[in-house]
Design a protein around this ligand. Structure first.
Ligand SMILES: C[S@@+](CC[C@H](N)C(=O)[O-])C[C@H]1O[C@@H](n2cnc3c(N)ncnc32)[C@H](O)[C@@H]1O
Length: 393
């Protein structure tokens, strides 16, 4: 496999660009070099081996796109001509099934769908002129995905080396209510500053996304071990190297160094978290309990010598109601509970209520702007120091 360097673009949830950069720097053996941070993405230079490593190990990126061409665009036909003249046969042949996707930022193109069709025509005509045959289009399970990105004046064509989006890890059996995407959950853990040496407690675990992502990281389970990737169907990616990288990832597995505890008031969510954890291979690393986040002793009071992180996305009105006897005052009561029971801990709460600090009665040390789907949120981070009296509610 050649060591040629390629321009790569890794889209990620907005607000996680720096966290993605840090994550990539920690991927063992990955030589990909960051070039620039963008809104919701990172550009890198790297080899095809790096492309495989990135797909296998990133928990935060949504895809790994490999740049094939970039050119100025004034009219949709410029996209056709750009696509027509690229050496696609280096990557796949005329018998492949193909899907083209498009994204745009300040593009003057009137119809993105038409732009997409012109890119697809260019790729297909390239093969028709060369071989007399052309790839057929498949929206579902295509063998090859080409991604077109348009900005104010240019078009970029990428090969999507991931295939299905990377947040689809292959372990999710069913969705709970308003689950986080896996890569957003992984990003929260990194943004908050949690490391696997510290205990972790999610008292509103839902389908268990946060704790499962944490447990896979703590157990050094590569997030891509349970799924396939687009590059496996592209020429140029050496299957022997891929087998070796997978084997190395499999051998890296270890036990989680600190407790990871999940709880939810809803027994169906508890069952779902257990099921997802089993499918993700982290059942042993998790303690999963049923209970009200505002009542009873905290599970981690059973291991009081440990300090760590409370990290969660509590229910919020737009998507899901709080439950339990004190649901109406959820945030004030949660704030009091954090102050009373988690002294010495850190907390990181993802909330859509931008005035949540006032409701919680806690002042955040950091606030990160993030988006849970279309909903603008903040990840509020708190150091829970001794000496704050609980507020009378
Ligand atoms: C926004 S969801 C969490 C989603 C989760 N992060 C995921 O990715 O699946 C909020 C969860 O809080 C739970 N919940 C609501 N009120 C609760 C309470 N008082 N104590 C514990 N859990 C509660 C709900 O059952 C729901 O599963």
């Amino acid at each position: 496999m050649s060591d040629d360097q390629h321009s790569l673009y890794l889209p990620c949830p907005r607000g996680l660009e720096q966290a993605l950069r840090e994550e990539i720097a920690e991927i063992e053996g990955c030589g990909a070099q960051p070039q620039a941070e963008h809104a919701a993405g990172l550009s890198l230079r790297g080899s095809l081996r790096d492309v495989m490593l990135l797909n296998l190990h990133t928990r935060i990126a949504s895809r790994v796109l490999l740049r094939v061409a970039q050119g100025p665009v004034a009219h949709a036909d410029d996209i056709y001509r750009l696509a027509l003249r690229q050496p696609w046969a280096q990557w796949f042949d005329a018998d492949a099934t193909l899907r083209v996707d498009v994204t745009a930022e300040r593009s003057p193109m009137q119809s993105l769908h038409f732009a997409l069709l012109r890119a697809k025509d260019g790729v297909c005509d390239h093969f028709r002129l060369r071989d007399g045959r052309r790839p057929s289009v498949a929206r579902e399970n295509p063998q090859v995905r080409v991604h077109l990105h348009l900005d104010a004046s240019s078009a970029t064509l990428y090969l999507d080396t991931s295939g299905e989006a990377l947040f689809k890890r292959g372990w999710r059996a069913a969705h709970g209510e308003a689950p986080l995407k896996e890569n957003l959950a992984a990003g929260l853990l990194r943004l908050a500053g949690w490391t696997p040496q510290a205990a972790l407690y999610d008292p509103f675990c839902g389908a268990g996304t946060i704790v499962i992502e944490a447990a896979q990281r703590a157990c050094r389970i590569a997030p891509g071990l349970q799924r396939g990737f687009g590059f496996e169907r592209l020429s140029g990616f050496d299957p022997a190297v891929w087998r070796e990288l997978r084997a190395q990832a499999q051998a890296a597995r270890r036990e989680a160094p600190a407790p990871i505890v999940a709880a939810d008031i809803d027994p169906r969510m508890v069952a779902l978290t257990r099921d997802n954890a089993r499918r993700a291979g982290v059942e042993q690393a998790l303690q999963v309990r049923q209970g009200d986040a505002l009542e009873g002793p905290t599970p981690l009071e059973l291991a009081p010598e440990q300090s760590g992180w409370v990290l969660c996305n509590p229910p919020y009105a737009e998507r899901i109601e709080a439950k339990g006897a004190q649901a109406e005052d959820l945030l004030p009561r949660l704030g009091d509970r954090l102050k009373q029971r988690f002294v010495g801990w850190n907390a990181a709460l993802l909330l859509a209520d931008l005035r949540a600090e006032r409701s919680l009665g806690l002042k955040a040390s950091r606030r990160h702007v993030l988006f849970n789907g279309p909903i603008e949120c903040r990840l509020f981070t708190f150091a829970l120091v001794a000496g704050r009296p609980p507020r009378k509610v």
